[in-house]
Design a protein around this ligand. Structure first.
Ligand code: SAM
Length: 209
């Protein structure tokens, strides 16, 4: 009986922990499903320029681990602020996937200037904060992949619709040339049509199956 009560409280504690961090970050640790994962890798190029692959909000680690397998010559860094998913991701790679690391912390504090690719699956509020940070820090032309939610004001270079039940859109962006206004977050993208992308969460505008 005591064991059941301990297990019940442990389970409730885990749920409470996930819930608290979900509220704090407006983003639950929902993992990228297998069908969306396939669409992600259909959209990504085989080769990337030098630099790290950074996943912003790496959750339980599944997507970062797949990225590390697909790009063995790149370091993959997963950044996660929710302790339980972060711990699970760390444990998944204890055996030694040599090119993936999971770091605990807020990705808004990570300088992204050296990244070769940024990947994310985040909700609207984070995408709004992220757009000016990416434009200010990253080299123009660097790839950013996001699924389900768009970067507001950015027009994707390519889009795929996954064959999951939500028909989730997967967006591939190139960091635009920035303007001072854009770097401060006041204005969206200068070299792209800021009105053409739709709002975050919109479905794809240019699609290939
Ligand atoms: C929808 S989940 C995606 C998980 C993983 N990327 C995947 O696709 O399987 C979003 C994750 O981002 C994390 N997150 C949200 N804001 C964050 C921040 N500022 N810094 C680090 N992680 C964050 C959340 O805790 C959550 O685990």
């Amino acid at each position: 009986m005591t064991a059941e009560i301990i297990a019940l409280f442990a389970g409730l504690g885990v749920i409470a922990l996930i819930f608290v961090f979900t509220l704090a970050n407006s983003s639950p640790p929902t993992p990228t499903g297998p069908r969306v994962m396939r669409a992600v890798f259909r959209l990504l190029p085989r080769r990337l320029p030098e630099g790290a692959i950074v996943e912003l909000g790496s959750g339980w680690g599944g997507l970062a681990i797949r990225l590390a397998e697909s790009y063995p010559n790149h370091d993959v860094e997963g950044l996660e602020v929710s302790p339980l998913p972060w711990l699970v991701a760390r444990l998944r790679t204890l055996g030694g996937s040599r090119n993936v690391r999971f770091r605990y912390g807020d990705f808004m504090r990570r300088d992204l200037s050296g990244a070769a690719l940024v990947v994310c699956y985040l909700a609207g509020p984070q995408m709004r904060k992220l757009a000016p940070k990416l434009a200010a820090e990253m080299r123009p032309g660097t790839l950013v992949l996001s699924h389900t939610f768009q970067l507001p004001g950015w027009r994707p270079a390519d889009t795929v619709i996954a064959d999951d039940i939500y028909q989730s859109p997967v967006y591939l962006y190139e960091v635009p040339d920035q303007t001072p206004d854009q770097a401060s977050g006041a204005v969206a993208v200068s070299s792209q049509d800021a009105t053409g992308a739709g709002s975050d969460g919109d479905k794809a505008s240019n699609t290939r199956a």
